[in-house]
Design a binder for this molecule. Sequence first.
Ligand code: PEP
Ligand code: MN
Length: 342
Amino acid sequence: MIIVIRPHTPPDKIEEVIREVSQLGYAPNPIRGDYQTVVAAIGDETTHASLESLTALPQVEKVLRVQKRYKLASREAKTAPTVVDASGVKIGGDEFVLMAGPCSVESADQLMQCARAVKAAGATVLRGGAYKPRTSPYEFQGLGAEGLRMLEEARQETGLRIITEVLSERDVDAVARVADILQIGARNCQNFQLLIACARSGKPVLLKRGMSMKIEEWLLAAEYILAHGNPKVILCERGIRTFETYTRNTLDLAAVAIAKQETHLPVVVDPSQGCGRADLVKALCRGAVAVGADGLLVEVHPNPAEALSDGQQQLDPSAFAEMVEGLRPLLSASSRHLATQR
Ligand code: PEP
Ligand code: MN
């Protein structure tokens, strides 16, 4: 870390900072300029106390971090990309993975119609929320355990793998019995007890970016799952809240490129929450491929106008199939192809 001391600080006050740095377990190396002194503190920032508290001293102007705060997730720790195996579906390799299905599981019939349609179009993973976080708690919150049973039936009939959200630590075991991938939603990305419980389940975990989360905070949350012994982490960009009103969220495709550069983890894009508009989903899916994402999580409903949640952003089956066909040439241009069901 670098501690920048204010100009014109008397020598005894500079010595005080140097003493504090040693006290906290770092080797202090003062660099004295005519005007200002900086102290380079040598030591592993991940195992020692942070020196950021030194800004409490009036003579300290600022403290700058040199090391990244996440290690296990970083490309420096592991250069080869991580390929997450979700019951045979591989996410993060050469294949591009399509995860699709309704925002919420609403009925056995709705889910099954959707599962057949997304499978026919090329998806290998079925999404569908049994437990739904909502913008307002007075809206439909999902069918819960009954929804999980419907997902299980859809898995049995179609062979599609299942991704579904877990909202609470209490439900991790029940959801993990059915799901091939546990989804941690934007509203829960920093619910650290839930992250620990999901890590311990041993299941692949798809970690959405929180809607007001910096990229670093998102990667630190991913790091926390890795640090709790679960290497099967998939990052998911789903848009952040900005001042823009044309879209529900602002899909941050730069964050996808950054996450791919900074980490070895697979990154997928959710264009549905990402913009909240069905008419933009196709374009954003193309953008996701172009920017190097490893897959998509797309909301598809047999009849979006009757959806119990997020109807405005769900594709109908034919729009989904058309979108997938449009991706094929883009994928082959980057020497990739759609994952197929095994
Ligand atoms: C969803 O996938 O339907 C959902 C609620 O996602 P998010 O957590 O990104 O809002
Ligand atoms: Mn949704």
